[in-house]
Design a protein around this ligand. Sequence first.
Ligand SMILES: [Ca+2]
Length: 158
Amino acid sequence: MKPIKLILDTDIGDDIDDAFALAFALNHEALDLVGVTTVFKHTQARAHQVSKYFDTMGVHHIPVCAGIGKPFKQPIQYFEKDRVQNGVVLPPQYEPAYEAYPISNESAIDFIIRQAEIFKGELVIVPIGPLTNIAQALLKAPHIKPYIQKIVLMGGVV
Ligand SMILES: [Ca+2]
C-alpha cells in the first residue's frame, strides 16, 4: 500500500502527546511525513524543537515550518511561570540552544498550500493543536480544499 502523504500541524512543546505523535508519524511505515508545521504561541521555538528532534533521530529531509502563533478568535491565556521571548511565550520544554537546529524559511501556511498543490487529492493534514494554520491556508488559497484528501484532527481553537 502506498504510504499516506501527511503533514503534522502541531503545538509541540507544552505536553508529551505531540512529541509522541511526531515520533509515530515519523516512524510508521504507512505514513510519509512530508512536513511538520507549528502553531500557537512561539511557533519558531516549537519549530526548532521539532528540528532538534529530527536531528537527534538522524532525519534531515523533512521541512519544519513555523506558522501562526495567535488564534483568530480566542485570546491566549498567560501564566505566571511563562517564559517570554520577544513578547511571545516560549514552550516550557524549549531550550535556547535549540535555535541551532534550522527551520524552513517558508511559512507553515505557504507550505500547506504548496503541498496540497503538489499532492493533489493525496494530502492528509493532521492538526494536533489550534486550527489557525489550517484555517489561514484555506482562507488564503480556497482552491486547495478539494486537493486535501482529509483532515484528521485533535484540536479546537481557531
Ligand atoms: Ca497538541
